[in-house]
Structure formats: C-alpha cells, structure tokens
Write a protein that binds this ligand. Structure first.
Ligand SMILES: Nc1ncnc2c1ncn2[C@@H]1O[C@H](COP(=O)(O)OP(=O)(O)OP(=O)(O)O)[C@@H](O)[C@H]1O
Length: 251
C-alpha cells in the first residue's frame, strides 16, 4: 500500500493555553480533494498550517509522502506544497508574471512557463505584465493558484481561497480549481466556511469542532444525515436554503 500523500497523527497545538488542535489524526490519500469545515475557531486553519509548518505543533507528527515534515528545512518543504489563502499575498509592486515566477526564483530553479500557468487557470496571457491591482479579485485569486502551482507542487493547501469573492466568481473559480485538481492529479485540502461548497466540490468532508474531528465522510453520507449531529447541523443550513428557494420557484 502506498503512503497517504498527507498524514496528521495525533497533532496537538495550544496558543497561550487555548486548545486549537486536540490530537488530530487524518490520512489524505494521493489524489483526494478534502474539504475542512467547522465553526469559527475550530482549528481548521491551524491544522492546514501545520502541514507547511507555518504553525509548529507541540505534539504529534505530520508526514508528506511518508516523510516527517519536521525533518526537511521549511523552505524546501514549502516548494512541494502549494498554499492559497484568502488575502492571496501577491506583491503589489511586481507584475503578475513576476509574482508567479517568484517562488521558483527564490528556490533557485529555472523560471516556470508563465503563459502555460496562466492558461491553466484560464487567464489570458495579456495579464502577465499587469500589476495585481489592475486585476479583479477573481483574477487575483487565479494568479494565486498559478503561483501555487509554479514550483510543480502536487499538494495544494487552500484556506478560504474564494472567501472574498462574489458568489458567481466564487462558484466559477471553485469549479475551475476542482477541474485543475482532477486534470493535474493533485491532492487538495481546502478550508471553507461554506458547507454547500464543501459538499459540491470535495470527495470527502472533514468536520472540526473544538480542535477535534467530529465527522469525516463523503458528501452523500453527510447529506443523508449519517455523519453525526455536528455534521447534520452544518448540512441543515444549505439544505433549508435550497428548499426555500425551490418553494419560491414553485410559487
Ligand atoms: N497565532 C495565533 N495566536 C493565538 N491564538 C491563535 C492563533 N492562531 C489561532 N489561534 C486560536 O486557535 C483556535 C483555532 O483557530 P483557527 O484559526 O485554526 O480556527 P478556524 O477554524 O480556522 O477559524 P476561522 O473559521 O474563524 O478561520 C482559535 O481559538 C484561535 O483564536
């Protein structure tokens, strides 16, 4: 059996005595798209950030492709892990192209093909010389995804990547990210507050509460109400909204 792409084993973390992660164990097989959901403060971002060592756990172990992530220098590790987050962190004084090649340049590697990366995220080559502030929010997020892919990373960590976007742009970009995941054979772990998005995009939805995993199931299982009370409560919201909209359409 091959090692899971990503494994958290008994990972715990406190901040000033506040428990953020309370012994989380989770195996993510290569190729899977996992959504991490749960209430605010449940530990989603902290869990994600222990994988690329933006947060160091106080106990437990995280493995990438079977190797402990704590062994390798963090900058080397991060070249193998794409990271996309809401604020995106593009450098405003650099062009789109310069932003995209930056991780490879910092790593001392040959520059990636910017046109090819832009095409992957459905952006026209014309945006390459522009500064980020000359793009829409959705376009900037696409540049963030292109940058995350620029070092050839096979693992994508996404923290509310579509959080700041309008619903139409959000839906389009989410669909594009899922298609990219499938096309490139990536492994993706995405934090989202949006249960409907999690159910529609992911192969598997992991629900956190108070630093623990309280549900871990396929979307259909969650929708069937077979993944426990916490998960059922989260699913109830998009379900009720869908039912109200359907009722309005019938009226
Ligand atoms: N750098 C930090 N310093 C102090 N406390 C932190 C820090 N990062 C997270 N925490 C605390 O750890 C807990 C988990 O936070 P985390 O950001 O992982 O939750 P989350 O589920 O991602 O929340 P949200 O959905 O609001 O983003 C919270 O109580 C939070 O206040």
């Amino acid at each position: 059996m091959t090692a899971p792409a990503l494994r958290w084993a008994g990972v715990a973390k406190r901040f000033d005595g506040v428990v953020a992660l309370d012994g989380v164990s989770l195996d993510v097989p290569a190729g899977q798209f996992v959504a991490l959901v749960g209430p605010s403060g449940s530990g989603k971002s902290t869990l994600l950030r222990t994988a690329n060592r933006l947060v160091e756990p106080e106990s437990g172990r995280i493995e990438l492709d079977g190797a402990d992530v704590a062994v390798e220098p963090a900058p080397l590790l991060r070249r193998r892990i794409g990271y996309v987050f809401q604020e995106i962190g593009l450098f405003p004084h650099l062009s789109v192209a310069e932003n995209i090649v930056l991780p490879a340049r910092v790593a001392g590697r040959s520059a990636p093909d910017v046109a090819e990366l832009l095409a992957l995220v459905d952006l026209p080559a014309e945006v390459a010389p522009r500064r980020p502030d000359a793009l829409s929010g959705g376009q900037r997020q696409r540049v963030g995804v292109a940058r995350a892919l620029s070092t050839g990373a096979r693992l994508m960590l996404m923290d509310e990547p579509f959080g700041a976007l309008d619903p139409v742009t959000r839906d389009a970009l989410a669909t594009a990210v899922r298609a990219l995941h499938d096309r490139l054979g990536l492994t993706t772990v995405m934090v989202t507050h949006d249960m409907a998005e999690a159910l529609l995009l992911a192969d598997r939805v992991v629900v956190l509460a108070k630093g623990r995993i309280v549900a871990d199931a396929a979307p259909a299982t969650l929708l069937a109400g077979e993944a426990g009370a916490e998960a059922a409560a989260l699913v109830a919201v998009p379900r009720a909204q869908a039912e109200r909209l359907a009722a309005m359409a019938r009226a």
